[in-house]
Design a protein around this ligand. Structure first.
Ligand code: ADP
Length: 507
């Protein structure tokens, strides 16, 4: 343990809908685990409260057992029992809540996407606080995430502080302002919150519909600390376009709002120890990267006739946010420039999935293009290791992980300057950025011309400056994208907030 002498040991409890790897849909799950592990390493006591989903990866939970005492919590005018389980995930203590409600709230075979999501997760937010109260926890920080547990903030101040759960400051992290958890105002009553008191413009009322409640807005108003997942995204959401209706709320609460770039799990993503790879390699010995390129080409039946032919990759959910039109364009432009292209992605949007299936069929036996339209963790590792470049042409990107993983594997990112991409990818030709930080190729305008410019510069560099490219690969592999420094920023925010509240209590 490396508890810094200047900081007190904090007790932090995350209340979240996801935690990697047991219950992961997207980046939120990675953040809960990555941040918690890093804080635990710094000597803090970190615990997590999750729903007990039927579709969780139970084989990754150690010592799962039920507590003797059920926790009763409120829903729609009645009390319901919750069976409480404890277990360890990635070395972190976790409480799992299993509601004994006939609605089988977390027994649906999927994490989200149910008609009653708003009620299921407002129920969970309340049950989690009830658990903390009943087992006598005295956390310094309760950290909630995204709209699913945004209810924790108003529930804490309105209902739980009066009951005696009053030691904590509330931190809320929004991982994507696209998803705001709105519902008809009356639905808020199911978790016991007072609709009349909260459906007001300065509280939880949605900024564009007076009869709707916005749970993210509630968390912004009622939390002590509000964060999002990169400094640039924190700026973008303050604008009318980027804030999806919440920019004015963020302005009113701007003093407590900051952007902190996510880290990546550098143990899971490490080319020197990655068992998915044909050959492991590191920044000092990148020969193995070429062998992985050969291996991937063989596996995917791509031509191997030119070792130096650049291999371009893309690993993504195929949704509008990710710039699908530019991804499609990139396939054709890469071919024209004499490269090879591999796409690993799938789409929850039927017409996008169909469109890419057509493209995949078109290139079915092409020697330079392969589209694999599914989610495949092991293949993603091979692609990061095998590719020379990875494209991330997002329209908006709160943080983004693939650019950081790509760099760790020596695949040079070609990224649009937006959100977290703008905070982690710096153009090799940008004179305004100190040379030591330059690590990839970027473009600003989200159109084909903008993208072409970055791709062509990358191809020219790759072809005409073999040594320079090798140095760039080695440099990118050496960049520290671990949670260490981001966790220190959270630690500082927590500690300051706790100190402020203690000072206020003394006064
Ligand atoms: P988002 O959370 O918006 O999907 P991020 O860049 O934050 O985007 O995280 C994406 C994560 O999901 C990365 O770890 C990436 O490797 C992984 N991923 C995305 N699509 C696939 C896929 N089809 N197969 C395997 N992994 C994928």
């Amino acid at each position: 343990l490396t508890l810094s002498t200047s900081r007190p040991r904090l007790h932090v409890i995350h209340i979240a809908a996801e935690m990697a790897p047991v219950a992961k849909v997207g980046g939120l799950g990675d953040v809960v685990t990555g941040l918690s592990k890093a804080l635990q390493k710094k000597g803090h006591l970190v615990e997590i409260v999750l729903p007990k989903y039927d579709c969780m990866r139970y084989e990754l939970v150690r010592d799962l057992k039920a507590l003797d005492v059920p926790v009763e919590s409120y829903f729609d005018g009645r009390l319901y029992k919750n069976k409480i389980w404890t277990g360890t995930v990635e070395g972190l203590p976790v409480y799992f809540i299993e509601p004994q409600h006939p609605g089988n709230f977390f027994w649906r075979g999927q994490f989200y996407g149910e008609n009653d999501d708003f009620k299921r997760f407002s129920f969970f937010s309340r049950a989690a606080l009830e658990l903390l109260l009943q087992v006598g926890k005295k956390p310094d920080i309760i950290h909630c995430h995204d709209w699913q547990t945004a209810f924790v903030a108003p529930l804490y101040w309105d209902l739980y502080v009066p009951k005696g759960l009053n030691s904590a400051r509330i931190c809320f992290t929004c991982h994507n302002f696209e998803y705001q958890g709105t519902a008809p105002a009356t639905e808020l009553a199911s978790c016991g919150l007072n609709v009349y008191h909260l459906n007001r413009p300065d509280r939880m009322q949605d900024n564009s519909a007076q009869d709707r409640i916005n749970s993210i807005k509630g968390a912004i108003v009622f939390s002590n600390i509000v964060t999002t997942v990169s400094p640039t995204y924190a700026q973008e959401v303050r604008s009318a376009e980027g804030g999806r209706g919440l920019h004015s709320t963020l302005h009113s609460h701007s003093k407590k709002f900051v952007g902190i770039l996510n880290g990546i799990d550098t143990e899971a993503w490490n080319p020197a120890t990655d068992n998915f790879l044909k050959v492991q390699y590191n920044a000092n010995d990148i020969e193995g990267k070429a062998e992985n390129k050969e291996d991937l080409r063989r596996c995917l039946r791509l031509s191997s006739n030119d070792v130096r032919r650049p291999l371009v990759g893309c690993i993504t959910r195929l949704v509008p946010q990710k710039g699908v039109h530019l991804i499609r364009h990139a396939i054709y432009r890469t071919l024209e420039l004499g490269g090879q292209f591999v796409l690993l992605g799938s789409s929850p949007v039927p017409h996008i999935q169909r469109e890419f299936e057509d493209i995949a069929n078109h290139f079915q036996s092409h020697e330079h293009v392969r589209l694999i339209l599914k989610y495949d963790e092991s293949l993603s590792h091979l692609i990061y290791a095998a590719t020379d470049m990875l494209i991330i042409p997002s329209i908006f990107e709160p943080c983004g992980l693939t650019q950081m993983i790509a760099m760790r594997y020596g695949s040079i990112p070609i990224a649009r300057k937006t959100g977290g991409l703008n905070d982690s990818v710096f153009d090799v030709d940008d004179d305004t950025i100190p040379v030591q930080y330059r690590n990839g190729f970027t473009f600003l305008t989200a159109d084909e011309q903008g993208f072409n410019n970055a791709l062509e510069r990358a191809f020219n560099f790759y072809k005409n400056n073999i040594d320079g490219w090798k140095q760039l690969v080695q440099k990118d592999m050496g960049i520290d994208f671990s949670w260490e420094s981001s966790a220190s920023l959270y630690e500082e925010l927590y500690a300051k907030s706790v100190a402020r509240s203690r000072a206020a209590n003394r006064a």
